[in-house]
Design a protein around this ligand. Structure first.
Ligand SMILES: NC(=O)c1ccc[n+]([C@@H]2O[C@H](COP(=O)([O-])OP(=O)(O)OC[C@H]3O[C@@H](n4cnc5c(N)ncnc54)[C@H](OP(=O)(O)O)[C@@H]3O)[C@@H](O)[C@H]2O)c1
Length: 274
């Protein structure tokens, strides 16, 4: 049976409002645990519990009667105290503040110093799974947040290509992370004590040297007819180093009346594609 009464900590950050909005839209009873008491930007159909996160009594009394507890806090190493309070309050499911890289399924990620608090939380949850169940959600980079950082595309400055050749990556929109959390709460048995994975999209890194080789091979196969090789040759002209495809420092924008986009206009442009 779905968990309907849910509490969340970290509801006011980058991710929290997307989870809260989806849960409220789907009819969950949402209680926001907050130290600051600030719930601006959150829907009105929530209950607010002002808590002292350093006091177990305060946490337990806010969590009593809740079926699931979602943590979206940035201080991952603080979560064992939240788990203990959830157990003491009789909460059945804990969803820790994962929401990113594949810590649950990859040793290399697990070894990165930045994730020590998340690893510790996962280990703590496994040790306590006879007292509270858990679900670990892996969604990769937040797609829209990553665009905001200029990691995936940056129309204003330089886009950073952070890729190994031949690698493929999963990304998830913040709103889809909210949907996935609701999905976990709607499917308690299927998601019990395991990692779950979601993605909105995947990207791949392309080896342009290989693209160029294939384009010439295709061209000779077709006896010089550009046909199917056309787009690959265009890609090379646009993206491959050594083909003079950057003119940011010397261009005729001013003379010809072309203006760069403002930050707001870039936002509008990107928003059209979501
Ligand atoms: N995959 C990605 O691309 C990506 C990107 C960013 C973050 N993340 C992950 O998403 C999760 C949420 O990150 P975020 O950026 O949304 O967090 P955030 O914006 O830094 O903070 C979330 C909220 O947590 C509350 N908070 C802060 N410290 C707390 C503490 N010690 N105890 C209890 N509440 C505390 C604050 O709200 P109040 O005090 O007002 O209640 C704050 O507004 C993290 O696990 C992070 O690693 C993933």
């Amino acid at each position: 049976m779905a968990f309907k009464k849910v509490a969340i900590a970290g509801a006011t950050g980058n991710l929290g409002p997307h989870i809260v909005n989806e849960l409220v839209n789907q009819g969950f009873e949402v209680t926001v645990l907050t130290a600051s008491g600030n719930t601006s930007g959150l829907p009105s159909a929530i209950k607010v519990a002002k808590v002292d996160f350093s006091s177990q009594d305060s946490l337990v009394s806010a969590l009593r009667g809740q079926e699931a507890f979602i943590s979206a806090i940035p201080k991952h190493e603080d979560q064992p105290a939240l788990i203990d309070a959830a157990i003491a309050a009789g909460v059945q499911r804990f969803i820790p503040s994962e929401f990113g890289s594949n810590i649950v399924g990859n040793e290399n990620v697990r070894a990165l110093p930045v994730f020590a608090g998340k690893v510790k939380t996962q280990e703590y949850l496994r040790a306590k799974q006879d007292q509270i169940s858990y679900t670990l959600l892996t969604n990769g980079l937040f797609l829209d947040w990553g665009i905001g950082l200029g990691w995936l595309i940056n129309l204003k400055g330089k886009t950073q290509i952070l890729d190994d050749a031949n690698s493929v990556h999963s990304f998830t929109l913040l709103s889809d992370v909210g949907k996935a959390v609701a999905g976990i709460l709607n499917h308690p048995e299927e998601t019990k004590n395991r990692g779950v994975y979601v993605q909105t999209a995947e990207t791949e890194s392309v080896d342009l040297a290989q693209v160029e080789k294939n384009a010439y091979a295709e061209l000779s196969k077709e006896n010089g007819d550009i046909g199917s090789a056309m787009l690959d040759f265009v890609k090379i002209s646009i993206f491959k180093d050594g083909y003079g495809n950057l003119w940011n420092e010397k261009n005729d924008n001013e003379l010809l009346g072309v203006k760069g986009l403002s930050e707001a206009e870039i936002g509008d442009l990107i928003a059209k594609y979501f």
